[in-house]
Design a protein around this ligand. Structure first.
Ligand SMILES: C[S@@+](CC[C@H](N)C(=O)[O-])C[C@H]1O[C@@H](n2cnc3c(N)ncnc32)[C@H](O)[C@@H]1O
Length: 252
């Protein structure tokens, strides 16, 4: 259910987002540049504004909080040095270990679908670069993010520190089972695609919470599941393409 009060009148342009899976790893970059959480460095401001106007709002993301957050989150801190010139282009980029930072449009669309609120504790599966977690960190109380590859978890922690995203906890491990000891969550966002929805993640949703997740093999569907007082609703939103969820998801 969309909360209409938070949305501007921006025309909906339909588009099919495909998050390309890029497989060649560049040399890992350093994530050391510092940036205040509330101010985007001037050099990147205009690129970020254009990315949001021309790629994200123009393609139908309407939540003003999400648009503002996308404008202000320093994506250049989450991409390797060699790719920084492309940080505000609306495309996925390689981050090493055969993984990618997602396309900004899909990060914004998934964030909007989650309907985050300021007091929420959100679980993310698939930290990658840490960018999606950084976006969420500006909208909610706490983000717990799980990454299966230790080297990416380390890089993400470093980038999140540089971005002053102090309310993000990055855990290293297989996110298939979620984080039951911290459940229930006000929302769960998954950025790697399992063949089926992992039942433990559904169990860790609070009443009224949403699970936003790409599901399938090869091309996938982005699903939104919502726990209601009486059960679970499920709808398919968009065709997408994410990297596969590894670990236990592959043994099912
Ligand atoms: C498309 S990338 C995520 C992009 C990321 N959200 C960002 O903002 O950069 C998918 C990530 O999910 C991770 N991943 C895959 N399977 C996982 C699992 N079972 N548990 C936790 N992370 C997993 C991958 O290692 C990869 O870093």
């Amino acid at each position: 259910m969309l909360r209409s009060g938070r949305y501007a009148r921006i025309p909906l342009v339909t588009a099919i987002p495909l998050v390309a899976t890029l497989v060649l790893a560049p040399a890992p970059g350093s994530f050391t540049e510092s940036s205040g959480k509330d101010e985007m460095p001037a050099a990147w401001k205009e690129s970020s504004r254009l990315m949001v106007e021309e790629q994200i709002a123009a393609r139908g993301v309407k939540d003003l909080r999400v648009l503002e957050t996308m404008r202000e989150t320093p994506r250049h801190l989450f991409v390797p040095d060699a790719l920084r010139a492309y940080a505000y282009e609306d495309r996925p980029l390689r981050i090493g270990s055969r993984q990618t930072i997602s396309q900004p449009y899909i990060v914004a669309a998934m964030t909007e679908l989650l309907e985050p609120e300021p007091d929420d504790v959100i679980l993310e599966i698939g930290t990658g670069s840490g960018y999606q977690a950084a976006v969420l960190s500006r909208l909610v109380k706490t983000v717990i993010s799980v990454e299966i590859l230790p080297e990416l978890a380390r890089g993400a922690r470093e980038a999140l520190r540089a971005a002053h995203a102090d309310n993000v906890e990055v855990l290293t491990g297989d996110g298939y089972r979620g984080v039951p000891e911290r459940a229930p969550f006000a929302g769960i966002i998954v950025t790697a695609a399992p063949p089926e929805v992992p039942p433990p993640l559904v169990e860790q949703l609070a009443v009224g919470a949403r699970l936003v997740i790409p599901v399938g093999e090869g091309f996938q569907q982005l699903l939104v599941l919502e726990r209601t007082e009486t059960g679970l609703s499920r709808r398919s939103v968009l065709p997408v393409r994410f990297v596969p969820m590894t670990g236990e998801a592959q043994n099912r």
